[in-house]
Write a protein that binds this ligand. Structure first.
Ligand code: NAD
Length: 441
């Protein structure tokens, strides 16, 4: 079986690598020639644990290849996945120009039956637009070629993407024909054989499922951040409250960790897009509007703490920052809280010494030479007036606090991810502040 995956970003590359890993012939297509040239030379454009080895292994077995031309690969592929970006438009809705460009390209280049599967996160109703775009191109060519569209939203998490794809909690597929359902059932068989479920449904519900899932997860984060902020005001400790509520199986322990707001390429844009879909349909998603508002203010909570520690005057202060990516195990900085916090620190006149295990190169696109990039975590502390932890990378979790005290001008730590213990920090002589715990400075 041969398939084409259009869009070789975080989702497309992982999808391509994992399908080839189970024996399917995969061509990954992208319009970015430099990216494709690099991939053909074994250079992987993103950091994702396990991805490089998997890509190399399958390229060597000739099951995985990279191309800039959909026209070249489509004739041998019965299934074409669309996994291009769907960035937010100015009004918050998902911009479908890349998805529809691929659909038109399919219509221009296909010469026999194709199943065109949208894997990108797209609003309800997109499959009809995809179908129309393909049909219009076929009409222009005066051809009557059968094709199906399907929706197969992706739920992988960056940082654990390979595992999520190989052992999914579920695979959601929206189809409107038996042929499409059979094809996708066959394609996913290697992943469902050992019990991972595939859930078939209508296309509209599949499209909605992806947004509802991300909206639910974003809601959990904003909920716990809101409660954390209240804990701080009333003198409760969110770390205790979190354990207390998480032990209720109806609530569960996952995704109720307080922090400095959700970021990444999905939650912020998908929450916005769902709010937009609702308003286009004359419905107001009141809960999600509040989720977004809480998240916007949460991204400034740590900056406000730092600013008030220095009595509102950060001029001449140096802030060490550990962690730039929006979460550990990725170099993705899209909508990362670090972007806003560092921007505020710089605007207030502070100097920033930043360290991240993998995201420094990406950070250079955002900050250029306005911040200092450190090669290793302790270097960032030299001459700094405090440390701010913005991403919970494992290597930050048990650092050498004694060395840190020598390097820092003042033993002050702002922990945006609650990875340290308040009592321990105080016993070590640190002024320590985290999220949702009242601390005396
Ligand atoms: P990305 O920005 O990393 O990659 C998108 C790729 O598509 C880019 O390489 C771009 O050059 C390419 N592209 C754009 N137009 C093209 C065209 N006409 N033909 C061929 N290639 C084209 O994006 P991503 O993070 O992989 O996300 C892709 C989609 O998957 C989005 O809709 C996103 O919301 C969704 N998604 C992302 C994640 C995630 O964790 N990143 C998880 C689930 C779903």
């Amino acid at each position: 079986m041969k398939i084409t995956i259009v869009g070789s970003g975080y989702v497309g590359l992982v999808t391509g690598a994992c399908f080839s890993e189970v024996g399917i012939d995969v061509v990954c297509v992208d319009v970015d020639k430099k990216k494709i040239d690099n991939l053909n030379n074994g250079i992987i454009p993103i950091y994702e644990p396990g991805l490089e080895k998997m890509i190399t292994r399958n390229m060597e077995k000739n099951r995985l290849s990279f191309s800039t031309s959909l026209a070249d690969s489509i004739s041998d592929s019965e299934v074409v996945f669309i996994s291009v970006g769907t960035p937010p438009d100015e009004d918050g809705s998902a911009d479908l120009k890349h998805v529809l460009a691929v659909a038109r390209e399919c219509g221009r280049t296909m010469d026999d039956y194709k199943l065109i599967v949208t894997k990108s996160t797209v609003p309800v109703g997109t499959s009809i637009k995809v179908k129309n775009a393909v049909q219009e191109e076929l009409n222009k060519r005066k051809l009557d070629i059968p094709f199906d569209v399907a929706s197969n939203p992706e739920f992988l998490k960056e940082g654990a993407a390979i595992d999520d794809f190989m052992k999914p909690d579920r695979i959601v597929v929206g189809t409107e024909s038996e042929r499409a359902e059979k094809l996708l059932n066959k394609l996913y068989k290697p992943f469902t054989l050992n019990g991972h479920p595939i859930i078939f449904m209508d296309i509209v519900s599949a499209e909605m499922t992806k947004y509802a899932a991300n909206a639910m997860l974003a809601t959990k984060i904003s909920f716990i951040n809101d409660i954390a902020n209240l804990c701080e005001v009333v003198g409760a400790d969110i770390n205790n409250v979190r354990k207390g509520i998480g032990s209720d199986s109806r609530i569960g322990t996952k995704f109720i960790y307080p922090g400095i707001g959700y970021g990444g390429s999905c939650f912020p844009k998908d929450v916005q897009a769902l709010i937009r879909t609702a308003s286009e349909n004359k419905y107001e998603l009141q809960v999600l509007k509040a989720v977004e508002a809480v998240n916007t203010s949460q991204k400034l909570v740590l900056f406000n703490k730092i600013n008030s520690h220095f009595k509102g005057d950060l001029r001449g202060k140096t802030i060490a920052v550990w962690g730039l990516s929006f979460k550990p195990q990725t170099d993705d900085m899209r909508e990362a809280p670090s972007l806003q916090i560092i921007k505020e620190l710089l605007a207030a006149g502070a100097t920033v010494n930043a360290y991240d295990p993998v995201a420094a190169e990406e950070a250079k696109h955002h900050f250029g030479d306005t911040i200092n990039y450190c090669e290793e975590q302790y270097e960032a502390l030299i001459g700094a007036d405090c440390l701010a932890v913005l991403t919970e990378w494992s290597e930050f979790k048990i650092p050498n606090f004694k060395i840190m005290k020598h390097l820092l001008n003042e033993a002050v730590v702002f922990d945006g991810r609650n990875i340290y213990d308040k009592e321990e920090m105080h016993n070590l002589g640190y002024q320590y502040s985290c999220i949702g715990v009242k601390t005396v400075q």
